[in-house]
Write a new protein. Sequence first.
Lengths: 471, 365
Amino acid sequence: MSNSQNNLRRKYDLLVVGGGNAALCAAISAKHERPNASVILLESSPKDVRGGNSRHTRNIRYIHPAKNSFLTGPYTEDECYQDLLGVTKGNTIEKMARLVIRESNNVGDWMMEQGVRFQPAMKGTLHLSRTNGFFLGGGKALINAYYATAEKLGVEILYEAEALDLEIENDTFKSCTVKMEGETFRIEANAVVLASGGYQANTEWLKNSWGPQAANFLVRGTPYDKGRMLKVMMDHGCKTLGDPTQGHMVAIDGRAPKFDGGICTRLDCVPFGVAVNKDCKRFYNEGEEIWPKRYAIWGRLVAGQPDQVAYIVIDSKAINLFMPSVFPPFEANTIEDLAGELGIDPAGLKATVDEFNAHCPSDTSKFNSGDKDGVATVEGLEPPKTNWARPIDTPPFYGYMLRPGITFSYLSLALNERMQVEKEDGGVFKNIFAAGEITSGNVLGQGYMAGFGMTIGTVFGRRAGKEAMNV
Amino acid sequence: MSSEVMKEAHRCTTICNACRYCEGFCAVFPVMEMRRKFTDPELKYFANLCHNCRGCYYACQYAPPHEFDLNYPEVMAKLRKETYQEFAWPGCVSKLFKNNGLYIFAMTTLAIFLFIAGTMLFKGPQALFTAVPGAEAFYKIIPYWLMCVIFMAVFFFSLYALYRGVKNMWRITESKPEELWKLSNHIQAMKDAFTLRYLEGNGDGCNYPDDKFSMIRRKFHHFTFYGFLGCMVATAIAFLYEHGFGIPSPFSIFSLPTFIGTVSGLALCYGTGGLLWLKSRMDHRPYDEQSVGMDMSFTTLLFLVSLSGLLLLLFRGTSAMGLLLCVHLGLVMGFFISMTSGKFVHIVYRYFALVRNAYEHREWD
């Protein structure tokens, strides 16, 4: 027996599996509901990288009736629901979606009581200034605040403690098998909240869902989201929701690390350039919408190209129009040389750019990098580019390689409104609750809108923690 | 030719500017976001705007053990020390920042020794251990003219050297010459400096000595700063008393200079003692270990100056006065010497970085 095991109780009131936003909201809310309850939380990562994907986040979307010091105006339930229908194309469960949205009302106030601090929307993200609250210092600062609060409330926290299996009898959770410091032991509890994230860091599972091309996906966040609890619950006959290939997926710099690249690997230059695949062919309208409304579809678009790679080419007119990149762009004075730098066919790229340039409108004076400007390619180009279509003609030319970067998967445990996990046969696991990414499919069938993952985690987490105290 | 530290500062700043999560923490990140690319002179300016509040370290998703290995407070501290060397006037002073703790210790010890040896030589050893009653007691140990000449000489030389240092800083960081003495910049910079605005964080303080937000460092720094300022004011009033009104020292405990000096000395002692205590408990990761000598020697010296001053006040009527006076004057001399070649310079360079910060924000808005 290790020291940490010796200190454990024989049985807890609540076990929380996971150490990100949803898990912490559940643990904190459980203690608020019943201050004397014994609550233990298992974080599978080391302390320095605790918090799952939450430590890479920076804002949360929530409804509020009036503006405040960091939100510039009101945001209503109906407007938020319409926004959600827009990105998911209706692929949501209205009952659960409305639950998340309604209970998100002024949730920022509760977060501040737990030590989270907000700031006005960051420069470059002003389009979210009314709807999303930005964490001062980003998600890791939020996570630090939540851990400090949870510790103060008496939540026991184990790091590098991985939940391996759940013992379930008569649809009732009994204990969890935990691996820590090389030893395996059991933790019993009256209830469990599963908030252990999606399965996106499990490359083998991704390959099963997507096919072999998934090996080329980059994982934007934590390497610890292996989907173990999802799998265990599936083996126990839970009901799942969502297409396993669906998730929050964006196109990021191809030079990003395999895991944990986070926000700085994003590239916001797609609308101002020409995107081609490795055969130097364009494949989608780069100027369809302003980038914040389209960035979440480009991950899938790139994933659909040969070798799951794409290249974006811009010229010196556009280099200052987007947020700076963490890796310097490839740079050359001719398109052919740039293709050489990027490792694609110079003649092919030159032909594609020339064809694009020939279809750019003669008058681009209405060009406006801040909003849709209607500067569209003339008829005959396939696919067209319907905004910001300025010719790529002013050297030096710049290029980036794009790869699909998956943030989290949507394959989920189905929940009822008490956050209890539902069974395939119509029943329910009485004392098994869930929250966060592992439940995102209850709300997100496809697409993504900024800051909504944190909404799901916070609302479901709080609710799960509270309900778990009233089994 | 950029130093290794400068290269690391470029690498880190590029990551920071692509992330930008820290823009709410301090003055560095907003001015960083005004730019896409960074020059060496700009980063030297950033380094003096950073005051090691560590908010960015604990909030950083790329901090070690992440493979980006981003430690912004550490690289800024290293670069800041390099700038102290580069800005220094006269040029030979820059070498003194290398083993700064040792140098300050040696100079201070030497000053104390010279005061003691001089007293013994000219007044006899008994002067150190004899109670001297009445007016002008101090000057019976060290002649008044001598005190004036050597302290004024070192003090005014140091002031001039710092002025040249600021000119160097302004040129080397490629700041705008016409903005250096503009009043509006100084009004803003003084507001920032006198309130320690950037140690306030967003109301919760900074992450010092560990990862928790705390106002404690700001509190101790305020005691140190205003205590120091009070001591300077007390000294100036004392000078005025002697020369304007012809009142000889030592002054009564209830006189203006002694009263202000005592209160300020207590504040300085408490503040520096607190800062040293915090430093002994701080998390060393967001810190430049090579700067420890420079940092500790400065704070320790200020602590000892205030402590010896208070002891001198307490025991000035006793036979310990002679020795205490020599020690106190030696420590003050050590401090004056270190004004150009120790951590004291952070007051000046940080202030002028705030001056530039003021005009950059005005231009940006």
